[in-house]
Write a protein that binds this ligand. Structure first.
Ligand SMILES: C[S@@+](CC[C@H](N)C(=O)[O-])C[C@H]1O[C@@H](n2cnc3c(N)ncnc32)[C@H](O)[C@@H]1O
Length: 271
């Protein structure tokens, strides 16, 4: 972490331990923290920051899209790149003429993506979200309750979490599966080492990191409406392999979307 970022986190931690609004420190730089316990708490937090624990885990929340989400050590800290999934979902949902739309997020983590979608559209939506990790589902549920969005949560391994008689087909399926490969020169280099391994590498880490995305694409046709869409986030070097795979599984690649750094990041697939 560079000095500027570190200093910014230290200032934000001061506001946090003083239980003040996030940018309180900016207007109160010469003010002493009144409560002695604030110093102990600040010192603890700084120790955590110094060993590389992400700021978001120390304070227990992060900002994503336009909202604040609780994050625990059991969930990935949602990334800015994943806001593409939210933006594309909103566009797709608002272009639909259907009255009640069924939306699914696979691998929900903190719930930031599906909650942001629900908070940002006026469409009537039945939302479902899955994860294999019960602790992640609990965090997602807490976030959904606090933000007042209605989501049905299911636990299980990708498509196995769903009941074929009751759930689906879905108009929109969104997923940001684990996609970090174990070989070098991948997204791995920018990771803190404190996020859950299953969120980054999946249950069975592979060199390419495409295993989970492929499992999802392989099973998707049974769960998607004929005019439905699958939005899938992927690693910057996985666009071709996943596009080719999706086509071999009978999907059309409707869009290939780059992130703000200009890196390949999301595929939109349709039947
Ligand atoms: C990259 S994280 C994405 C979390 C969240 N959607 C986000 O973007 O912040 C992947 C999520 O998939 C879940 N996951 C990993 N393997 C899974 C599996 N085999 N079946 C279901 N969920 C899985 C992890 O627990 C994790 O929450």
């Amino acid at each position: 972490m560079n000095d500027t970022k570190y200093n910014m986190y230290v200032r934000k931690l001061i506001s946090h331990v003083a239980k003040k609004p996030e940018y309180w420190h900016l207007a109160h730089q010469c003010e002493e923290l009144l409560d002695e316990s604030c110093y102990a708490s600040l010192s603890e937090s700084l120790k955590k920051l110094d060993v590389g624990i992400p700021f978001e885990y120390i304070v227990g929340w992060t900002e994503f899209y336009k909202y604040r989400f609780q994050v625990t050590a059991n969930v990935l800290i949602p990334r800015e790149e994943s806001e593409i999934l939210v933006e594309q979902s909103i566009i797709n949902l608002s272009n639909s003429t259907k009255h009640n739309l069924k939306v699914l997020e696979l691998g929900v983590g903190s719930g930031a993506i599906i909650s942001s979608i629900l908070l940002s559209t006026s469409k009537s939506i039945s939302a479902m979200a899955t994860d294999c990790c019960p602790a992640a589902l609990l965090t997602a549920k807490n976030n959904s309750i606090r933000l007042g969005v209605n989501i049905t949560f299911k636990q299980g391994d990708w498509w196995d979490a769903l009941n074929s008689n009751e759930d689906g087909p879905f108009d929109l399926i969104i997923t940001n599966p684990p996609y970090v490969g174990t070989k070098k020169l991948n997204e791995r280099d920018t990771l803190s080492g404190f996020e859950p391994s299953i969120s980054l590498y999946g249950k069975e880490p592979t060199k390419s990191g495409t295993n989970d995305a492929m499992k999802i694409i392989r099973g998707a046709s049974d769960w998607i409406e004929d005019d439905g869409k699958l939005l899938i986030e992927h690693g910057f070097n996985q666009r071709k392999i996943l596009s080719d795979f999706a086509i071999s599984e009978g999907f059309c690649v409707l869009e290939q979307i780059d992130d703000l750094s200009g890196l390949p990041r999301v595929l939109m697939l349709g039947k």
